[in-house]
Write a protein that binds this ligand. Structure first.
Ligand code: ATP
Ligand code: MG
Length: 564
């Protein structure tokens, strides 16, 4: 490709709307352009990268025996009513009407459609296992679209759905996808981890996520290499601390704490640390509000809490009016002493003695509170997010926390959809058997952003080879004034292209500094500079995007290096 014919527009300025590096660089390098909130155009340069991702995903899916099909993006509501999700899915679902006033949605995912396909197509266990996949556009009306293509509203997903006669078959299909995903992310040259995850909206039992590791990741991952353990913090289990609780040494005392709203305010005022305090949160329940008590420095885990008996799902904080009516105190002054609501204590709270908490009287807190004396011994549950230093569930080590970007997700759905939608096949004994399903997603567009989060420097993107829009960029110096340079550049361009490399020839009539800056910004792995002075010595100037210096090499050496 000749850059003079590529209409590339790069930006020097960092666009104001972009918060994270990948979003900034994708806009600056001209990979994407924003149309409207959460909607992006993939420009020619970006599309080349996207197609590379798709190609690797497609190859590995085919290799794993999955069958590509393409389902409609627009889906009739009837299928969603059948599965029960028309009412459940909420505002993420973009709903619409046609001219006959029939209801549709723009597919955020395709379980319903594929289950409909399978129940029509598949008749006998002899046809199983089957794994159908597609690479297609989804729409989710995200509450906070951000970070460019990382959390957009319209995005491209590879989604696959497996159908098996029994759980054993499903496990095999799932394992195959696990291995295919591992190969995909290895081939793309990304650092990633596979983590245990919550099955969330889609339901079912077993589920794992593939996360690209990056500091800007929205998800926290708890892991322990010694224990071969990795889990999304949403689901990482915490346990009751071992050992005896320290004996009570203090008397319970009440202190005025006017204006205290947060644990930090409380610590500053009373001279205690957050670990010595507990916070009491009131949430909506199925039968009136419920109190949840966790240590002051810990975070409530919504996924865990909303699974508790009597707690409403999705987890919703009770409003101030409800709290005052139930407890006679404002949210900043609540505590478990004399609690009249049903209450759950987190495991870690059970280890505390002489702790500080709200007095259920606005503007007052207690210090020196102890279980068995000021309140009953607690029944504890797992209510909080795991933190670094927590023991692993296997018990062999302690957890570390890393941040990750979810790029893939595999689930064992079981019979959730096949049962609701009556997707059955004839079993070996002649009976009708409900098929066991798995579903497997990859965020194709998100991968591009995630790859940049992991691979960039101050000057721009540093593409892993398999994702680069071009393999090599040729930068002739004064091409339009030097015949020798022009000839050498054209000859090299022809030879490298002929050898199957994707070559970008920067034949623009621009200053070398501009060309170098653009080549770095768009992140092409190999750069070859063709200048009169080095040509005279029979040399070219070579630099890999990851190198800090360029090297003068013979033409043959350059060809060898590029494996021509
Ligand atoms: P998230 O937790 O990030 O909202 P999800 O768990 O809802 O994602 P899945 O239903 O598991 O998403 O979808 C499969 C894959 O699609 C995800 O692993 C992710 O890579 C991608 N994906 C999901 N939502 C978006 C989005 N809004 N923008 C871009 N990619 C997305
Ligand atoms: Mg997911």
């Amino acid at each position: 490709m000749r850059l003079s014919e590529f209409a590339l527009t790069t930006l020097k300025e960092v666009p104001a709307e972009a918060e994270i590096v990948s979003h900034k660089l994708m806009l600056r390098a001209g990979l994407i352009r924003r149309l409207s909130s959460g909607l992006f155009t993939w420009m020619p340069l970006g599309l080349r990268v996207l197609r590379k991702v798709e190609a690797v995903v497609r190859e590995e899916m085919n290799r794993a025996g999955a069958l590509e099909l393409l389902m409609p993006a627009v889906q009739p509501s009837e299928l969603w009513v059948e599965s029960g999700r028309w009412d459940q899915y909420g505002p993420l679902l973009l709903r619409m009407h046609d001219r006959n006033d029939r209801e549709y949605c723009f597919g955020p995912t395709h379980e319903e459609v594929i289950t409909d396909v399978a129940r029509r197509e598949l008749r006998s266990y002899k046809q199983l296992p089957v794994n159908y996949y597609q690479i297609q556009t989804k729409f989710r009306d995200e509450i906070r679209p951000r970070f460019g293509v990382m959390r957009s509203r319209e995005f491209i997903m590879k989604d696959a759905y497996s159908f098996d006669i029994d759980q054993e078959g499903l496990q095999k299909s799932y394992d195959r996808m696990h291995d295919a995903y591992t190969r995909i992310f290895e081939r793309l040259g990304l650092k990633f981890r596979v983590v245990d995850a919550d099955s969330g909206e889609i339901g079912g039992s077993r589920s794992q996520e593939f996360h690209v590791l990056a500091d800007s990741g929205e998800d926290a991952i708890a892991y322990c290499d010694a224990d071969h353990y990795a889990s999304n913090v949403e689901t990482a289990a915490t346990s009751r601390p071992d050992g005896e609780r320290a004996a009570a040494t203090a008397e319970r005392e009440k202190f005025p704490t006017p204006g205290v709203k947060t644990i930090q305010d409380l610590c500053d005022l009373l001279g205690v640390t957050a670990e010595q305090t507990v916070k009491t949160l009131v949430v909506d329940g199925t039968d009136g509000p419920v109190a949840l008590v966790i240590r002051g420095d810990h975070e409530l885990n919504a996924v865990k809490a909303q699974k508790l008996d009597g707690v409403a799902s999705p987890l919703t904080m009770a409003d101030t009016g409800t709290i005052i009516k139930a407890l006679g105190a404002e949210p900043g002054s609540l505590g478990p002493v004399g609690m009249t609501l049903p209450v759950y204590f987190d495991h870690a709270v059970a280890a505390l003695s002489d702790f500080t908490c709200g007095a259920n009287e606005t503007g007052f807190h207690y210090k020196g509170v102890n279980f068995g004396r000021d309140l009953d011994e607690p029944q504890t549950v797992d209510l909080r997010n795991a933190v670094a230093g927590d023991p692993t569930p296997g018990g062999k080590g302690t957890l570390s926390i890393a941040r990750g970007i979810e790029v893939g997700h595999i689930f064992q759905l079981g019979s959730k959809y096949s049962e609701a939608m009556k997707a059955t096949v004839q079993a070996p004994d002649g009976s009708n058997a409900v098929m066991e399903m798995g579903c497997y997603g990859i965020g194709i567009t998100r991968i591009v952003g995630a790859a940049i989060e992991q691979n960039h420097d101050d000057n721009g993107i540093v593409w892993p080879g398999p994702l680069a829009p071009f393999d090599v960029v040729l930068v002739p110096i004064n091409m339009h004034r030097s015949e020798a340079v022009c000839e050498a550049a054209e000859a090299l361009y022809a030879e490298l292209s002929e050898a199957g490399l994707e070559v970008l020839l920067d034949d623009r009539d621009a200053r070398p500094g501009v060309k170098f800056a653009d080549a770095e910004l768009i992140g092409i792995p190999h750069r070859v500079v063709i200048g009169e002075r080095s040509l005279a010595k029979g040399e070219l100037e070579y630099r890999h995007r990851r190198d800090s210096e360029s090297r003068d090499l013979k033409r043959e050496e350059v060809l060898e290096l590029l494996k021509v």
